[in-house]
Design a protein around this ligand. Structure first.
Ligand code: F0G
Length: 459
């Protein structure tokens, strides 16, 4: 484990948002009313909100100033052109279709490229990405290295593709059945783990040989680039901006949830290099999102995104961002709490299987642990285990993933080091009383993306 002298923030605080402090009995009532699902809590009942790093960033003063320059014209807003310029300059993709958020872009690309019966290999699934692939008639196939499914493996690039797995799929189905390979930077469900440049290059080489596209889920690409800089010797002296550009250049198009890396509260896009696919996407976006120069966003949102994209590749920003996550992870590690290693870029993932070994996966250990953390100190985390994995599209049976995790996701530029200490202390308290914690049963289950709205009852 590398120690870091300082990850201090390259900014100071100009405005604060006051938080409501709650009592234990208030929290017990709130989580009961929320069906023991942290997604169903009211945010005002939460002290430290680690549900997600999505849309929860603090924008800079420059971004807020950009909001005032919103051009809210229905068509041809100047902010669209600023965003297109930022996407071209920072990421290098030629064509831009803005969408309201990442899943809007996933919907477009899945409906355009996937035919019934197609196979979409990916370096682990993401919930919305896989669902859009399935709704378009495709089947997701996991091609990530086995290490990614092992919370204890300290492989520095657990987001890597197992080329043997990809090659086997190409042999089995032929390239005509594989419209694209989906490559995520970083891999959220594996614990915010990066893919290495050398692995991505190899994936590019193999897919190019078979004429298969790479669609890049670039939600946290700058964080991935930071890890490449830190861990892949060839990139030690290269800027994050250059590494980001090199990653994007190895792919054919991208879906982006700008609510993460790009430091905005809402927004996303589909970016493409091939004109034909772009024209189809530009046509389809008007059906589902909005005109092709706003895609469901206000002009001001596009302006803030254009600025956020540039801020996201700043070295000092990323050093502090990932440094803060590492600080929390290292405190937990020092206390002997089982977490996913190496520590990821956007959060610390608690290994609920190890923390609550007496609760079988059928009784939702990660969901239970997330509820316990809220009860302890008002910290809201997210289940990333069997509830998130949902049911198999064909058999209807629950999927039991190897990773049964609770994600402590750190919003960008929002919380302080003292907050990180409060979180660590709360996790330690829950860990100390772990043997007394009992599992739960699901009492309401929605059809799609059940984790958002499912309800539970303690056993
Ligand atoms: N891809 C990845 C890797 C994501 O993490 C997300 C969202 C999306 C796509 C979808 O983007 O939310 O803008 O529609 N992840 C959030 C999270 C929700 O909490 O991890 P979206």
């Amino acid at each position: 484990m590398k120690s870091r002298s300082s990850w201090a923030e390259p900014y100071k605080i100009k405005m604060v948002e006051l938080l409501k402090m709650t009592t234990l009995s208030q929290r017990k009532k709130a989580i009961r009313e929320a069906g023991y699902n942290t997604f169903l809590l009211r945010s005002e009942d939460v002290y430290i909100d680690l549900l997600t790093d999505s849309g929860t960033s603090a924008m800079s003063d420059v971004q807020w100033a950009g909001m005032m320059r919103g051009d809210e014209a229905y068509a041809g807003s100047r902010n669209y052109y600023n965003l297109e310029k930022a996407v071209r300059e920072v990421y290098g993709y030629t064509y831009l279709v803005p969408t309201h958020q990442g899943r809007g872009a996933e919907h477009l690309i899945s409906s355009i490229l996937i035919k019934k019966g197609d196979i979409i290999p990916g370096n682990m699934y993401f919930t919305t990405t896989r669902l859009h692939q399935e709704l378009a008639g495709g089947t997701f196939r996991d091609i990530i290295i086995d290490d990614a499914h092992d919370a204890e493996s300290e492989h520095p690039f657990k987001g890597n593709v197992d080329l043997g797995k990809l090659e086997a799929l190409i042999d089995q189905y032929g390239s005509e059945k594989i419209p694209y390979v989906c490559i995520a930077t970083t891999v959220n469900m594996a614990g915010g783990q990066p893919i290495s440049m050398s692995n991505l290059r190899a994936v590019r080489e193999l897919t190019a040989k078979h004429g298969i596209r790479i669609i890049h889920d670039m939600t946290r690409v700058a964080e991935n680039a930071y890890f490449i800089q830190q861990r892949e010797p060839e990139f030690k002296r290269k800027s994050i901006a250059r590494i980001v550009r090199e990653i994007c250049d190895l792919t054919d198009g991208a879906t982006m949830s700008a609510k993460k890396d790009a430091l905005v509260n809402i927004g996303g896009f589909l970016a493409l290099n091939d004109q034909e696919t772009f024209e189809e996407a530009r046509n389809l976006v008007v059906v589902y999102e909005g005109l092709h120069t706003y895609g469901g966003l206000a002009g001001r949102d596009m302006e803030a995104m254009a600025i956020g994209i540039r801020e996201s590749v700043d070295q000092n920003h990323m050093h502090a961002r990932v440094g803060q996550v590492e600080y929390l992870g290292q405190r937990l590690q020092a206390a002997g709490i089982p977490i996913v290693l190496p520590i990821g870029s956007h959060g610390v993932f608690l290994d609920a299987r190890k923390i609550l070994p007496h609760i079988p996966q059928e009784q939702y250990p990660a969901q239970t642990l997330a509820a316990e953390l809220y009860i302890d100190a008002g910290i809201r985390a997210m289940e990333r285990g069997v509830v998130s994995a949902g049911r198999d599209a064909k058999t209807g049976k629950e999927r039991f993933p190897k990773l049964e995790l609770v994600r402590l996701t750190i919003p960008r530029r929002v919380y302080t080091q003292a907050h990180m200490d409060v979180i660590a202390e709360s996790v330690m308290r829950v860990y100390d009383r772990r043997s007394k914690i009992k599992g739960m049963e699901m009492v309401y289950e929605p059809n799609y993306l059940r984790f958002f709205q499912a309800r539970f009852k303690p056993l």
